[in-house]
Design a protein around this ligand. Sequence first.
Ligand code: VTB
Length: 325
Amino acid sequence: MENLIGVEAVAATEAGAIAAARLMGRGDRNGADRAAVEAMRRAMEDSDMSGTIVIGEGERDEAPMLYIGEKVGNPDAATEVDIAVDPLEGTNLVATGSPNATAVLAAAEPGGLMHAPDTYLRKLIVGPMVAGHVHIDDPVDQTIRTIAERLGRNVWDITVVILDRPRHEQLISDVRAAGARIKLISDGDLTAGISVAVSGTGVHAVMGTGGAPEGVLTAAALKCLGGEIQATFAWRSDEEKERARGMGLDVDDGGRVYRTNDLASGENVVFSATGVTDGELLRGVRFFGGGARTHSLLTAYQRGTVRFIDTVHTFDDRRPPRVRL
Ligand code: VTB
C-alpha cells in the first residue's frame, strides 16, 4: 500500500506546491491557499486511491474543498486511506515570498491518523537522537541540556524554533536563560517540526503552541523519520471543546500528553512534503520556460524509506522538458 500511496501523495503535494508558488509574493495568502487546495484535490481525483479527509481545510460548512469527511480520489479504487492535508503550510510565507512554505499530505489506513479539531496543541518536538529522553512538562532548561547532551554539543550550539507570538513570551525568555539559540518564525511550525528530524537543517527542537492539525501531520512525518512529538491540547473556548467531543476526543483528559503514536497510530503511514519557497529542508518551486522543478521529501513508515525527490514537470507537451543536473 505504501508504495502506491507514496506516488499519489507526492504527485498531490507537487501539484499543490506548483500552484501556490505561482502566486509567491503577491500578498494574497487566501489566493495562494485556494490555488494549492484546488491543485491538490485535482491531483487526487486522478489518483488510484479512495480517500477520506480527516485533517483538511476545516469543517464542511467552512471549507468548499478538502473539508473533514470529504471523499477524495477514486471511490472505486481498492486502496482505502485516511488523508491529512495542509495544502499550503505557511500561507503568509508565500504571500511575502518568505522561506519554508511547503505543501504537505499524509496518508494511513483508515483510523491511522488522529481526527484533530482545529484548535491548538502545546508541542515539544525533538529529533531521533533525543526522542525518549525529554518530557514536555520538564523545565525548559533541563530539556535544553538534555538535547545538547544527546547531540554531543553545548547548549549554545542548540537552535530552538518558536512561533513568534505574544503567548510565547515566557517560553522565549526561558530558552534564552537556558543559553540556547532561538529562531522565531512568523508561521510554519510543521515545516520546522519535520526539519528537526533531518540533521543538517540546523533545527534541533520546536517548542510552543501551534495548530493541532499541523501537530498530527508532524507526527506522521516523525513516525517515518524518527524523532518525537509530545503535545497537550490547549483549548481556546468551550465551543472548541464541544466540537472536539463530537469528534470522539476526551477533552477533559487532565492535560494528557499525546505522543507520536497517539497522533499517528497507523501501521501504514506515508508522508509527503514539497517545498513551495526555499527553506532549510526543501528547495522551493523553480519555474522555467514551459515547466517547473520541485523538491520533495517522501517517506514511508513500513518500508523505512526516505526519498528526496527532484522532479522536472513539463507544462507544454510540444516542448521537450529542459532537464539540467
Ligand atoms: C499555527 C502553526 C502553523 O499557523 O497554527 C499558526 O501551527 C497559527 O497560529 O504552522 P496563530 O493562531 O497564533 O497565528 C501556522 O504558522 C501556519 O501558517
